[in-house]
Design a protein around this ligand. Sequence first.
Ligand code: HEM
Length: 515
Amino acid sequence: MEKTENIKFIITFSGNVFNILLLISVFTLIMWYAQYHWKRRNLYAKASQINGPLPLPLVGNALMFAGSNSEIIDTIMKLTTTYKSPTRIWLGPKLYIAAWKPDQLEIILNQTLEKDELYKQTEIVVGKGLFTASVPKWRRHKKLILPAFNQKILNRFVDVFYEKSEVLVEQLNTVAGKGTFDIFTYVGRCVLDIFCETTLGVTVNAQTTGSDYFKWLEKGMEIVFTKMAVVWYHYDFIFNRTLLGKEFYEAINKVLNFHISIIKKRTLTYQQTMRKNKEKPEALVEEEQGKILLDHLIELSKKADVDFTEEELREEINTFIIGASETTSVVESFFFIMLGMFPDIQDRVYEEVINVLGPDRPVECKDLKDFVYLERVIKETLRVLPTNTLMARAVTKDIKLDNCTLPAGSSVIIATIVLHRDAEVWPDPLRFDPDRFLPEEIIKRHPYSWLPFSGGPRYCVGTKYAMMSMKTLLATVVRKCRFSTPYKSIADIKIKNDLMLKPLHGFKVSVELRK
Ligand code: HEM
């Protein structure tokens, strides 16, 4: 009897304890929830003044972005025709604000230096170097790296730009007259040869050995963009267990191993050169005035008094190889499509190249300033098809714009492709017209109307290198080859975003050798 009473007591007591614990948990949850929202009141208040699509509970507008890479770009383009800049988008609890008006972008790009946390997802591909680095590390590294990009050093590279571009012409010779093909791999291998030889001091002969580097890199970039767009893939414990995750690591390890082999190769050469130069200090001093990027970084990483580790060296090299080679190859491949699409423009570029160089002379540094029309065609290509379609920055303190305030804690998306196709800034935006970049036309526009290399303090450090190498390669190829393409118009090129803007159906051209 007494035993039954005891059991009853224990059951009632545990039931009460459970109820109390439940009550405490519910109360704590409510308090935490209330406090979470109270802390974010500034964010909600300012967000409510910004126009945008209606968010659903919990997921916000995330479902709109659950499609393929090309659908995501379409969704953003559609949103920006329905709403005015800036437009708010809720991805779960995270507030993104897309902006595309030049005056707003000038303020934003000069006041937001911190990259958005979405860039963390790209670190395994593009490295933890300048591109993704947080502001203190970025300031320190930029100061150390910039001397390796001075004009004197860049001028010395033109011979290599030309020599490798001639190899590209030979490679194109093998497909000339054989119908349509995807030119990206050919251009990509040439750009890789150029970049490795100039800034890293290593000969890789990707063109003649048929390197698969770009195949793996493209795969990695395509998957990483999906990882950024699909919220649940942000969590590595989910992503790493998916088939996509496995494919990703297979591809990206091949890319990173290639980078490691380059660094090893050059470190060896660097050590040998240092040993030889010990006896002749004047020669060393002369060399130091024009040190290529990788040697410059190897030396910094070996100095005890400079805060730059070997790990940071590897991160920067990842960033540079990918940042430089993928972007430049995409722009050049689009350039050839544009020539094929607009034969009159192709003829004009060809005439200019022949006028400057004649039929056989190699491109020299002094020629680059004379390729004025070619430069306008590159700029117009970068306008209609900017490689970096979207950039994202963290808003760390409130930013006042003319019609609203971007609240601290949100992130801003700089929608370059929308800016570059905005009819208010670029009348008839899908018409390809290089003369938009005549000096008298440029001064009529806001300086932040054209941002293929970004703007403000975190603009692209490779801008000059890119323009010089692209002009040399394009002039060399255009002199020998004539292009056509099955694409009929800019609108005909369906685009996707694999971190970089690319044509959904490939860089399709056919090539004929000129007599
Ligand atoms: C046509 C070719 C290129 C284009 C269109 C391009 C475009 C860009 C853009 C838009 C950014 C800013 C990205 C962002 O904030 O999200 C950027 C940053 C960067 N680019 Fe380029 N780039 C090109 C070539 C190069 C080359 C050749 C190099 C190296 C030699 C390079 C190195 C970098 C680096 C290191 C950054 C990070 C800069 C920083 O945060 O301070 N880029 N680039």
